[in-house]
Design a protein around this ligand. Sequence first.
Ligand SMILES: [Zn+2]
Length: 108
Amino acid sequence: MIPLTRELSRCHQCERPVLWTVTRAGRRMAVDPRPDERGNQACYRASPRVWHSRSLDAADAQPLGSHEHRYMPHVATCKPPARPEPPPLPDNVIRIDTKRRPDRRTPR
Ligand SMILES: [Zn+2]
């Protein structure tokens, strides 16, 4: 099963298309939009625009079902473009952001 173009979203990191799925734990997981034999996620369309995924690596994982296809988690292939170097600072300016301690008030 291959997702329709309208079922795909864009990754915010690398801008490539991804398919959002819902795992057995009810969490969202992005996978690459085409089946991939190297992937470890069994995915299928559960209802219009809703795809389910489950890991094939789990110790108690069932083998791939006839209604499922193997997909690659997008985090395994996501390659955000490198950020360009910031322009050099003038001679009379020093960087202070590298000396700053992380802000502990806001949880990460
Ligand atoms: Zn990405």
